[in-house]
Design a protein around this ligand. Structure first.
Ligand code: NI
Ligand code: MN
Length: 228
């Protein structure tokens, strides 16, 4: 049974068959986070794009030991290897998939930007379609609503993790449209309630998701949810 834990903002912990995968770790300066970077004992770090609120604690977690693998687009993976001395990196690019010890990971499109914290070019922003224990989880990353989410639907994901915060990503209404297009039965909101500009009413959003015949899953920060 795979478990998904919201670490606050757009940070997620996925636990599956003895593997711990952290997506977009942003903890130390995240006012919504309850865990610190030294409590996150992950063996894989997945990064959707280069923005500070997605990569801030990646090096701290990846450098705990040399076996931890940092997975990101090629530019971000190279930046972590060169600037933060991360030893085990895997650079990917949009549309590519790899089989990792915990499951299959495909890098999907996102409409956003990706500059790294020091101003370096962070390649293209992306999302991840992660297949574990026979279930597919789509982490959209930071993105606007876009029509090619239809192609994600063809992959028949079981769970969709979507930003709902607005301002920097799609907001609640567009995320409901995205959820409908993607068709995953379980829809999980993220990238909201971290700071005042992205405060959202998750209960109202859940009603909209339910009205589409889908199941909203609104985790509390730090509380694992069984998803597969
Ligand atoms: Ni971003
Ligand atoms: Mn962001």
């Amino acid at each position: 049974m795979a478990k998904l834990t919201w670490l606050g903002h757009a940070s997620w912990l996925l636990e599956t068959q003895g593997h711990v995968v952290v997506v977009d770790p942003f903890l130390t300066e995240n006012p919504a986070a309850t865990a610190s970077a030294d409590e996150i004992d992950a063996s894989f770090v997945l990064l959707t794009h280069g923005h500070f609120d997605h990569v801030a604690d990646a090096a701290a977690i990846a450098n705990r030991n040399n076996a931890v693998m940092l997975v990101a687009n090629y530019e971000i993976a190279t930046w972590f290897a060169e600037k933060h001395n991360v030893k085990n990196t895997l650079g990917m690019n949009l549309g590519g998939a790899v089989d990792l010890p915990f499951g299959r990971v495909k890098m999907t499109l996102a409409h956003h930007s990706s500059q790294l914290p020091d101003g370096s070019y962070g390649g293209n922003p992306g999302g991840f379609l992660v297949e574990v224990e026979g279930k597919k989880i789509y982490f959209a990353g930071d993105t606007a609503l876009f029509g090619d989410m239809q192609l994600i639907a063809d992959e028949r994901p079981d769970v969709a993790v979507l930003p709902i915060g607005d301002v920097f990503t799609m907001g609640p209404d567009d995320s409901v449209k995205a959820a409908k297009m993607i068709g995953a039965q379980i829809v999980v909101p993220g990238h909201y309630n971290t700071w005042p500009p992205i405060e959202q009413d998750a209960a109202a959003w859940s009603e909209q998701i339910r009205a589409c015949g889908l199941t909203p899953l609104v985790p509390e920060v730090g509380k694992p949810c069984e998803i597969a």
